[in-house]
Ligand binder design. Sequence first.
Ligand SMILES: Nc1ncnc2c1ncn2[C@@H]1O[C@H](COP(=O)(O)OP(=O)(O)OP(=O)(O)O)[C@@H](O)[C@H]1O
Length: 286
Amino acid sequence: MNHVELTGVGRSYGSFRALADVDLTLGAGVTGLLGPNGAGKTTLLRIVATSIAADRGEVRLLGRGLGGHAELTEIRRELGYLPQELGYPGDMSVFGFVEYVAVLKEWDDRRARHHEVRRVLDLVGLADLSGKRISRLSGGQRRRVGLAQALLGSPRLLVLDEPTTGLDPAQRAALRRTLGVVAQDATVLLSTHQTEDVAALCERVVVLAGGAVRFDGAVIDMVATAAGRVWHSDVEVPGAQVSWRTGTGRHRIVGGSRPPGAEAAEPTLEDAYLLMLGPDAVASPA
Ligand SMILES: Nc1ncnc2c1ncn2[C@@H]1O[C@H](COP(=O)(O)OP(=O)(O)OP(=O)(O)O)[C@@H](O)[C@H]1O
């Protein structure tokens, strides 16, 4: 079953069109949303999280249209959302905050609610910090509190806006493990600027630029678009589309024609992303 079905979806802020004519269908599994700053990722995620409405096109979530209040309530019961910026009340404890969200999500039975809060804190590795005040947490720990509240009730649809921001490598690996388990039954849509997170975690990748979908397909198919277009060279190559000196002292050349003396390199998702977006990869199209 497809949990997300967007047809011709658009959204403007005043006269500025942030999202234009997006078609997207998602079933169970993890999909990564990539794109430069201002590409429209947060706008798209907020639409899928029912936090803002599309002003064009059709949105169906978990098999339902967004017709009225009753449909929205039903969808929100099965939806978890980690916004890009979650305002945390610093005075609350980790447990207190996640329990507060659980109350809002209508976990009325105290025993069941406490059990669920402990379960999600355990899932994100915060069980030992549950009594700590949020104001005393590191940025990465705070991000995991945000993830914990999104996981309450094992939602069938999980929308995560930059969940890996602020996480150290061990925390990112732990997050990948958690999402890998969650995504066996749920549809997970996450945005990130880390192509390696998408390569490690997602089957599918959607690239947005200037509010439009530039690529939608399997991660391996996107990586394949860079095959034969990435090289290692002992010398700097003037005029390369993208190049940098790596830690080994050799230069990685992405795009352009094969430089003399250069060796072919295994392409990564990042190479494919840089090639696909060209100058848009670094400049906001907005
Ligand atoms: N509330 C708003 N009012 C006006 N313009 C907005 C608003 N929210 C977003 N925008 C504009 O819409 C465009 C898309 O923004 P969005 O936050 O969706 O991009 P993004 O891909 O998530 O960017 P980032 O990677 O920087 O988080 C940007 O040009 C942004 O300035």
